[in-house]
Design a protein around this ligand. Structure first.
Ligand code: CMC
Length: 420
């Protein structure tokens, strides 16, 4: 009574106050805790930015050292997890594996579970409760790369690699992906740095579908592993994190620049989707897409260019001139350029040997791994939002929207003939 469905898709509903990320979609502005994304991409690192997003200010040098050590120290997962990963089919989607792996991880840490430890575990504000919260944050960020690399290697039929010591966050990730037993193997530093920038750019994006899912799930006071698994599931969809995979599939289906006009006509008739374009908040270019494009150029210098790039350029150029897209203010989002970089970053074979797009495709990350490359850094943003909600003044209120029931009114049960 008195309810009305007013905002399908939450176009204009603010569900909380937040101090984490600011977006001005009309001006193309993105700031983490007040710092412009361009400055962070240029001067900071993914882990330093992670600290900023989660705790609210940039760390001092000693704080950064402790933070990096804690995260990297927690990268190792229990040896029994190998069995869990081996239980998936050889062709399982890596996002299905990663989503399950986050939930699985929670089963190891009963001290992190408010169902077992008391529902005020994270909301007490006591030093003990902060310590428990910090520990889960270290674990989730530290192990995200390990779980992702395990999801990758299990499908390749390879052995798992113990996270190395002495490498950066992305260096360790690339190592765990690529290592094939060579002595003194180190990932390519240009690619390691490029991936770090990409991770930083993907660390948070305020209340997108997955962050909202983490909060919605976390509002029942479930443990953070389950909340992150829920966020990861939400990210999997093609309108969100799955868009980077969809972009490449789209470009492969277009085939060549000559086919771009026909493809755009089909988009305008709503027969096809132009993946990697459009955004709920940005009505001009996504500021991250400029940084990603620059990063892509650096990567291309190491790896050579992808042959799909020409089709992408032609598509970009044609869409930006077309009245349909101009009127709707549709511009490339982060996924559009990102895919070229992530497509070229993977396995070492790619980086050292490959010089042609054809071989990139044969040897690169599988397309369906792209959303994983989005999920791993986004764990940071999910945790920042989750922590902020746990500590908000007045405690957590369960997120429970209302509906307007429009189904049948009361009916009398009649037993079906089949059931007799
Ligand atoms: N191609 C063609 N038309 C589009 C597109 C697109 N990619 N995106 C929006 N439109 C049209 C839409 O049909 C609508 O037209 P009309 O007013 O005539 O009905 C108009 O533009 C407004 O779009 P909307 O559907 O109201 O926008 P939304 O805020 O609900 O959806 C979106 C945002 C990102 C889901 C959508 O733009 C989309 O589906 N994009 C393609 C998928 C994609 O690239 N997703 C990644 C987003 S960025 C990273 C992330 O958040 O994960």
């Amino acid at each position: 009574k008195g309810l009305r469905v007013s905002d399908k898709g939450y176009l204009n509903t603010a569900v909380m106050r937040s101090e984490i990320t600011f977006i001005d979609g009309d001006a193309g502005v993105l700031r983490y805790r007040g710092y412009p994304i361009e400055q962070l991409a240029l001067h900071s690192s993914h882990l330093e930015t992670a600290y900023l997003l989660i705790y609210g200010s940039l760390p001092s040098q000693p704080q950064l050292k402790v933070w990096e050590d804690e995260v990297m120290h927690h990268a190792v997962v229990h040896a029994d997890a190998e069995q869990f990963f081996r239980s998936f089919r050889y062709d399982a989607h890596p996002m299905a594996i990663l989503t399950s792996a986050f939930a699985y991880l929670g089963s190891y840490y009963s001290e992190a579970n408010p169902s077992l430890q008391g529902q005020s575990l994270y909301t007490k504000g006591s030093p003990e409760s902060f310590a428990v919260m910090d520990k889960q944050i270290y674990r989730l960020i530290g192990k995200a790369t390990t779980l992702a690399a395990m999801a990758y290697r299990v499908r390749q039929g390879r052995n798992f690699v113990t996270p190395p010591t002495g490498l950066s966050y992305t260096g360790s990730f690339l190592y765990q992906m690529d290592y094939l037993g060579e002595e003194n193997y180190k990932p390519n530093p240009v690619l390691e740095k490029a991936l770090d920038v990409l991770f930083l750019l993907h660390a948070d994006h305020e209340l997108n579908a997955s962050a909202t899912t983490v909060l919605q799930t976390g509002s029942s006071l479930v443990d953070p592993y389950s909340a992150i698994a829920a966020g990861c599931a939400s990210l999997y969809g093609p309108l969100h994190g799955g868009a980077n995979e969809a972009v490449i599939r789209m470009l492969i289906s277009i085939g060549s620049p000559a086919n771009v006009p026909a493809f755009l006509e089909a988009v305008k008739k709503r027969e096809k989707v132009l993946s990697g374009f459009g955004h709920r908040v940005y009505k001009t270019s996504d500021p991250r897409s400029f940084i990603v494009r620059k990063t892509a150029d650096e990567v291309f210098r190491v790896t050579g260019k992808d042959e799909l790039l020409e089709t992408a350029m032609a598509l970009h150029e044609a869409a930006m001139k077309d009245e349909y897209f101009i009127k709707r203010r549709l511009a490339p989002n982060v996924d559009f350029w990102y895919v070229f970089t992530s497509r070229l970053l993977p396995c070492k074979l790619n980086c050292s040997v490959l010089r042609s797009g054809l071989i990139y495709r044969a040897m690169g990350f599988p397309l369906d791994f792209f959303p994983v490359l989005f999920a791993v850094p986004r764990v940071v943003g999910w945790l920042a939002h989750w922590r902020q909600m746990m500590l908000q003044p007045g405690g957590v209120k369960i997120w429970r929207p209302r509906q307007i029931y429009v189904g049948e009114t009361k009916r009398e049960y009649v037993q079906s003939m089949n059931a007799l």
